[in-house]
Design a protein around this ligand. Sequence first.
Ligand code: GLU
Length: 440
Amino acid sequence: MVITRFAPSPTGRLHAGNIRTALVNWLLARAMGGRFLLRLDDTDRARSTEAAADAIRADLDWLGLTPDGEARQSDRFARYDAALEQLAAAGRAYRAYETPEELELKRRVQQSRGLPPLYDRAALALSAADHERMVAESRAPHWRFKLDHDAPIAWEDGVRGACHFHPEALSDPVIRRADGSWLYLLPSVVDDAEMGVTHVVRGEDHVTNSAVQLQMFAALGAAPPALAHLALLTGADAALSKRLGSEGVDSWQAAGIEPLAVCALLARLGTSQPVEPVTGLDPLIQSFSLSHFGRAPARFDPQDLQALSARILHALPHEAVADRLPGLGADIWTAVQGNLTRLDDARDWQAIIAGPVSATVADEDRDYLQTAAETLERLDWTPDVWQALTGALKETTGRKGRALFMPLRLALTGEAHGPDMASLLPLIGRDAALARLRGA
Ligand code: GLU
């Protein structure tokens, strides 16, 4: 059974990049009939907040990416203690005491010698007596994971293909700070192993972490998950992003972006597949494969999001929007949807159809509109009454094109632009239409 997880730190709102990670993990789980977990990486107690955790859940919910289960790292410290004990007993974790200043100095010396800034493992040479002295001096240790330099690191990445790392080119990572707090690396491995996560899909900024974590899985005797690292998203122009709302769900909501548009765009950005205005998540699930993702960074342009959102609205069936537009029937939806850039605009058209409308018409059109009212009064009220009306008026008044249509549109809707009048007029109804033409 495929199990994926999305593991944000609840320290702020989600943005396009990590929403894409969530979406890809959700799609992978759905495509494989598996499970998708939300794991809150809240080991940083100072920066994690309950409000951020709630916002993450709400954002996923809005997008339709509801998790099948949830875990939080702050509930699991005892597991991490046990894992560290296991690693220490096996000689794969060790105590070190260097201060950040001492480590920085070491790095500078290495740099000046043209050497890579790797931890020199000085703490491995400490004797039992040295450790006792440190304790006596009340110097608390931090813990490092000891990489196995004799075990080359390799995996077949779901996006990047064959990946190789030489462990001796990596520093033994700090896994627990001197104040007892956990860094992300080891808890994540413990959780992925215990929760049976089969696929870890995340941004390529985690590639080096993955190399280290593969050795942690092995050291803990756990089978590693399959790994895939997505190329990063690059944003369009920052000012534009701000205006059109590329930052996250709250700005997308404010801009009237459909959640489906976010999913449709982010599911296909950076893949070999075209971005399409889907009317549900199913087509994205059915066409999903990690193998479609390329290694090149993909550009996220919020303008694409707006355009796609409008195209999705133009295609959504009434039942897909009915609960978000209570009281707005299928007839109105069908008449106005092709004109919408945001769902809320349907309400404006509903109000225009219901009336009253205030229209400003030109003096030279007043007689024409009275003629229109008289003509309409004589016509049968059929679904194609608009064609009948404009056909008759064309003949009797000699008007055509804009001069024929625009005064009618203005008088009937109060707007110079809008949905096809042939669909609107039957919805406005005979009495209201006559009153609007006469009153113009
Ligand atoms: N909390 C980590 C992050 O947000 C999780 C990375 C992972 O998916 O393992 O970057």
